[in-house]
Design a protein around this ligand. Sequence first.
Ligand code: ATP
Ligand code: MG
Length: 258
Amino acid sequence: MGDSDPLLDLADIRVRLSGLQILDGVSITVPRGSVTGLIGPNGAGKTTVFNVISGFVRPDSGVVRYQGRELGRIKAHRLTRMGIARTLQGVGLFASLTALENVMQGASARMRSGPVSQALAMPWTDVQTERARVLALAAMTDLGIVDDAGRYPSELPYPVQKKVALARALVSDPELLLLDEPAGGIGAGDMAELERLIRTWTPARTVLLVEHHMELVMEVCDLIWVLDAGRVIASGTPAEVRGDPAVLAAYLGQDGAA
Ligand SMILES: Nc1ncnc2c1ncn2[C@@H]1O[C@H](COP(=O)(O)OP(=O)(O)OP(=O)(O)O)[C@@H](O)[C@H]1O
Ligand SMILES: [Mg+2]
């Protein structure tokens, strides 16, 4: 996972929204096969970085490169096809779909093959639906939630909802997994399991992890980038970042403001 060959890199990304400079020249690299952390106080711009990578937000300037190629503004289904999947902060499940149906949505990039059927948003064939169901059930089995396949999100405990969202991302067999606070709202036991899971995904997959739980970040990450107020203020190994005065100051500032 040499730095000379990053799977993803962002160069000097600037984003202005509603007159506010949200990202102010952010450059980060994500080595292939790594677990890379993106941390920082509330409002630092972490989710916005994910939105830029996934094409939800168009940067005013700067470049995003994936596997050495520039990512323009791309549609969600193309992103999945390129091997990038994302979980949303919170859970972001469809309330009217069962857990299984939610996970099946993530399989769409592996189902709709031709550009014509994509452009026409053609419905799945029976064969495609069956294939999506098989893939989704396999992903849910891996995460230990297959018994909840027929339940609706509102019927499931929050940590299980988070796993459904994870399964929806994993079912596309992504090379790069963007996780936005996967440990948010879950307990210590689930957090330990998440840590173990993340380790099983790499180095076959690369993980970019946004998380506020420092114990998880410090345990699982190979490399960490620290954002504050739209700028990178530190980067390095967990040990390097943990002792960085600028990082401590940024988090203390947050506590003071809260
Ligand atoms: N569409 C928008 N218009 C204006 N401001 C926005 C918009 N989206 C985000 N922001 C602001 O940009 C800043 C960064 O938001 P972002 O969600 O990226 O932070 P974050 O680091 O993910 O925070 P958290 O840890 O709380 O999730 C915040 O101040 C937020 O209020
Ligand atoms: Mg966020």
